[in-house]
Ligand binder design. Structure first.
Ligand code: PEP
Length: 260
């Protein structure tokens, strides 16, 4: 059984003060109490090592918000996959709409990152999803498959083994507009079926997350859908008390669903 994976994407937020308070509280209230959920924190690069030391001897893992496509060399300002491994990173977020929009990352560039991460022993969290305009034009499924196919243009389906796909409708990120649960379920199932048509085992090995304006008040219906195996969470992860409440609620609901 896949554990439900919650990743806290802090984006360009946090400082030592926030980390000391936030991580201490999470450790105190959460650590060792999770049996059905896994928790991972994605702080800005500069705090990865500091938080890694905090998280030693806990079940909480570390996620990076980005990586470069090069392993070393004259690439000023970049961070390599081996550097991320050195500071204890497990997952790497790629394809996030904020990087697509503000840093002009295209599908080909994101595909190269996906392959590099996977081939170097970390787990890519591939964000895919449609814009509001594409949704209006009923292009959600087409866009998601296109974003997956871009990876398949330069690798085979095995590259998806045990990876993470985060379905994040762009219009739902940071806007407070949550996607309709039936549409999320339909889209994730569509993607899963597409990958199954190429390789059933690989499709089964992928963990599917939903991301977009998740908070502790709106998670219940998402948790009841068996094809949604995790959340990628931005804003809510910055309010520690609410985030802890969300994690505890998730653990409780999933544990109850597993018993019944
Ligand atoms: C995200 O940035 O991936 C995200 C889902 O943000 P938010 O939870 O703030 O919508």
């Amino acid at each position: 059984m896949k554990k439900f994976l919650i990743i806290a994407n802090w984006k360009l937020n946090g400082d030592y003060n926030f980390i000391n308070k936030n991580i201490n509280l999470i450790k105190k209230k959460i650590n060792n109490s999770l049996h059905f959920c896994d928790l991972s924190i994605a702080p800005p690069y500069v705090y990865l090592n500091y938080i890694n030391n905090y998280l030693k001897n806990t079940s909480i893992s570390l996620t990076a918000q980005n990586v470069d496509i090069h392993l070393k060399g004259s690439y000023t300002g970049e961070i390599s996959i081996n550097m991320l491994k050195d500071v204890g990173v497990k997952y790497v977020i790629i394809g996030h709409s904020e990087r697509r929009i503000f840093h002009h990352e295209n599908d080909n560039f994101i595909s190269k990152k996906f392959i590099l991460i996977k081939n170097n022993g970390l787990i890519p969290v591939l964000c895919i999803g449609e814009t509001e305009e594409q949704k209006k034009q009923n292009q959600t499924e087409k866009i998601c498959i296109q974003q997956i196919n871009d990876i398949l243009k330069i690798s085979d389906i095995n590259i998806f083994n045990k990876t993470i796909i985060a379905y994040e409708p762009v219009w739902a990120i940071g806007t407070g507009k949550i996607a309709n649960i039936d549409e999320v379920q339909k889209t994730i199932l569509f993607i899963k079926k597409y990958i199954s048509s190429l390789n059933i085992k690989i499709a089964e090995s992928i963990l599917f997350q939903y991301g977009g304006s998740i908070n502790y008040k709106n998670i219940d219906i998402f948790l009841k859908k068996k094809d949604i195996n995790g959340f990628l969470i931005g804003k809510t992860s910055l309010t520690t008390e609410n985030f802890i409440f969300l994690i505890k609620k998730t653990e409780k609901i999933i544990s109850l669903l597993n018993v019944s």
